[in-house]
Ligand binder design. Structure first.
Ligand SMILES: Nc1nc2c(ncn2[C@@H]2O[C@H](COP(=O)(O)OP(=O)(O)OP(=O)(O)O)[C@@H](O)[C@H]2O)c(=O)[nH]1
Ligand SMILES: [Mg+2]
Length: 277
């Protein structure tokens, strides 16, 4: 086949020179048509199949590569008043700002403090009950990491609600498939009453263990199907964060900082974790 092509190629050059004045492409088209007619149909089919394979591979590669690169969002989630918006401002500008309950999301590019200079899209989500799930739905599939902000100062009072919210996050099918890093930021450490990250982790494990029992009981009393949600942790074992498919880290921070409004925030641990993403 190769030899043939070379010969016709040579012939064509001559013909092309002669007929250049009319239509320069006519001789090429003619010889191509002849060649195609002479070819074995099996060969033509093979060529078409090969081209199709190449195209399909390209489409798949593009799909897989883009589904990886798309996830560049770092979500700030948590209950109302946990300090998400102040943390958002501190991470971006370092400055203190008075905040009000958020009613919508806000996002900005955040440059991580590492040599790569990775840039993530930091997204502050509203924590209000009625808005929470709708915003989570909107952003969960693009999350590279989830910063779950907990108010360490009134944790004791909120432990049940915090665990409920965390349960929803951790049993979500999309989140457990994508497995974004989970950074539990135990905020407001400037307040002396604030609970430590270790204690918060232990209490949440206990509370999630209880929630898992009540939730699966409620489910099996319905029809046994687990609509879009996954089982939390390992069956038959007390729940621990280490059983999860995603990387979980508990850290302490203070978006306000010890010197209140004039001073700097204490968010080094969070910045370090964000640099490792
Ligand atoms: N003492 C102290 N106060 C903080 C800290 N972080 C935030 N606050 C205060 O807590 C209040 C709530 O902070 P926000 O950042 O608005 O809380 P949020 O999580 O965005 O709340 P929603 O938007 O309602 O979901 C504000 O008055 C903050 O100044 C902290 O580390 N220490
Ligand atoms: Mg807010």
């Amino acid at each position: 086949i190769e030899g043939d092509t070379h010969n016709t190629g040579g012939d064509m050059d001559e013909k092309a020179n002669v007929e250049m004045s009319e239509n320069p492409f006519a001789p090429y088209a003619e010889s191509l048509r002849q060649q195609l007619e002479e070819q074995d149909p099996v060969f033509l089919i093979a060529v078409v199949v090969a081209l199709a394979v190449v195209v399909i591979t390209c489409v798949f590669l593009k799909y897989f590569l883009s589904s990886k690169t798309v996830r560049s969002a770092v979500l700030l989630v948590g209950l109302c008043d946990a300090g998400k918006t102040l943390l958002f401002t501190r991470l971006l500008s370092g400055k203190f700002k008075r905040t009000q309950t958020s009613i919508t999301d806000s996002s900005a590019p955040y440059k991580a403090k590492n040599e790569r200079g990775s840039t993530w899209t930091l997204i502050d989500l509203p924590g209000h009950d009625s808005l929470r799930s709708q915003y989570l739905e909107k952003f969960k599939s693009s999350a590279r990491a989830i910063v779950f902000v907990v108010d360490g100062a009134i944790f004791q009072k909120e432990v049940r609600d915090v665990a409920e919210f965390l349960y929803v996050l951790l049993t979500d099918a999309v989140i457990s498939r994508n497995a974004p890093a989970l950074l539990v930021a135990c905020n407001k450490q400037d307040i002396t009453m604030a609970k430590s990250a270790k204690l918060i982790q232990q209490q949440l494990e206990k509370e999630l263990n209880t929630l898992r029992v009540t939730h699966s009981a409620a489910l099996s009393s319905q029809d046994g199907s687990v609509g879009g949600s996954v089982y939390l942790g390992k069956k038959g074992k007390d729940f621990e964060f280490s059983q999860l498919p995603l990387k979980v880290e508990f850290l302490e921070c203070s978006a306000r900082g010890s010197k209140a409004e004039e001073g700097e925030a204490d968010i080094e641990m969070l910045e370090k974790s964000l640099a490792k993403l």
